[in-house]
Design a protein around this ligand. Structure first.
Ligand SMILES: N[C@@H](CCC(=O)N[C@@H](CS)C(=O)NCC(=O)O)C(=O)O
Length: 244
């Protein structure tokens, strides 16, 4: 059994898709980053960076005393772990393997951070800073073009097989319409998106994400939220939660 301690943001959803694709037994443990659950000591034990997603594999690699609970943070590492555990969605052929890892890292180091900043400066920052909005919006469109170019030459993002690189990327890029992307100018990306959305596991993910979000919103009613974007407050919350 795998416990996914998370909330259905793009980083959370990529792990949900993998768990569904692999047919592993798993459960979602709701971690409300709006209410500050990421600073609770029990969560920090499994995710010292106070970020979702994290997993606990109840049947993980054994520790020195024979215990099999294994905790992990970082969505890309979690996807590789689950692929290794199940032998699925990370090809063993050396070229396909490293191609897939390259494109997984492209999502982790490129799409995730840049799309996240674009979303922040366009939709949440309290000051409208034109330089930051332009910088990250342009980067976001450039990255969509990199994907479209890749998908002109490859059926899937990582290689010619569906893989964890596709699962990692999909939740970040599926909101192309809201981001103002010109679909006619990205035909390969649109072909891939349709193939992703034809997969039952991806469809289940999208339904579950909505259900979990609704459940968490209900649970949060009447409770005080933290300001997730106040990095000073976040720095202090982590220091307070981990002081010795
Ligand atoms: N590199 C990390 C990034 C995780 C991340 O940024 N998670 C966000 C939600 S998508 C989070 O937990 N934010 C909580 C916060 O900012 O306090 C990963 O891929 O797992």
């Amino acid at each position: 059994m795998i416990e996914l301690h998370s909330t259905p943001t793009p980083n959370g959803q990529k792990v949900m898709i993998m768990l569904e694709e692999c047919g592993l037994e798993w459960t979602h443990v709701d971690v409300s980053i709006r209410l500050g659950d990421q600073f609770k000591p029990e969560f920090l034990k499994i995710s010292p960076n106070n970020r979702i997603p994290a997993i606990i594999d109840k049947d993980g690699p054994k520790d020195s005393s024979g215990g099999s609970d294994y905790a992990m943070m970082e969505s890309g590492a979690i996807l590789i772990y689950l692929a290794d555990k199940t032998g699925k969605f990370l090809p063993t052929d050396p070229r396909k393997h490293y191609d897939t890892l390259q494109w997984l890292m492209f999502q982790m180091g490129g799409i995730g951070p840049m799309f996240g900043q674009a979303n922040h400066f366009n939709n949440y920052a309290k000051d409208k800073i034109q330089y930051a909005m332009d910088r990250y919006t342009n980067e976001q469109y450039r990255l969509y073009k990199v994907l479209d170019n890749r998908l002109a030459n490859s059926e899937w993002i990582g290689c010619d097989e569906y893989s964890i690189a596709d699962m990692a990327t999909y939740p970040w890029v599926k909101g192309w319409k809201d981001r103002g992307l010109d679909d006619a100018d990205h035909p390969n990306f649109m072909r891939w998106l349709a193939a992703m959305e034809a997969r039952p596991a991806v469809q289940r993910n999208n339904e579950m994400a909505t259900e979990i979000r609704e459940r968490m919103a209900k649970d949060a009613e009447g409770k005080a939220e933290i300001n997730m974007f106040d990095t000073k407050q976040n720095k202090e919350m982590l220091a307070e939660a981990t002081k010795r």
